[in-house]
Write a protein that binds this ligand. Structure first.
Ligand code: ATP
Length: 139
């Protein structure tokens, strides 16, 4: 099974990391907030309090060995971009990133991340498709 790093364990990052665990993978979760890390620690392979913009901290956690990384720090553009650059310098090929604004999206696409995720927009579309489905069947 795969080894994943999830950086930022807010609502999005924690849901993704728990689902990866449920699917049988190994997950290293990182968040700067100790309270958040403590809440999820016993459910992940490893959960650590660290600043994801600190290269040494990421290396100490063996993030370099991960097959893929999910960067889920939506609010801080600076932390998100810096962290992506570090992950790229560690030669992690599969980097998926949550984006929260147009400028954030533009920068991420320029630096070549594998996938840019817009949770609200993507979920809105999925909900509309599910909502439309029973209606279509009525005709
Ligand atoms: P969500 O919607 O998933 O709850 P959000 O878009 O509101 O999240 P943020 O508030 O940016 O996202 O943060 C997500 C998580 O990332 C938070 O738990 C926060 O503590 C963590 N985080 C923010 N900056 C850093 C950093 N430099 N290093 C590690 N974790 C960080």
């Amino acid at each position: 099974m795969g080894q994943f790093a999830v950086i930022g364990l807010g609502r999005f990052g924690s849901a993704a990391s728990l689902e990866l665990m449920r699917l049988g993978h190994s997950v290293i979760g990182v968040d700067i907030n100790a309270k958040i890390v403590n809440q999820i620690a016993d459910q992940l392979t490893l959960a650590a309090v660290a600043d994801a913009t600190d290269e040494h901290a990421l290396k100490d956690l063996n993030i370099t060995a991960c097959d893929a990384a999910l960067v889920a720090m939506g609010e801080s553009l600076e932390a998100s971009i810096l962290c992506v650059l570090l992950l790229k310098s560690m030669d992690i090929k599969e980097i998926w990133v949550k984006a929260t604004s147009k400028p954030h999206h533009t920068i991420l696409s320029r630096i070549g991340v594998s996938r840019i995720i817009h949770p609200e927009e993507e979920m809105g579309m999925k909900v509309a498709q599910s909502l439309s489905y029973p209606m279509v069947n009525q005709y």
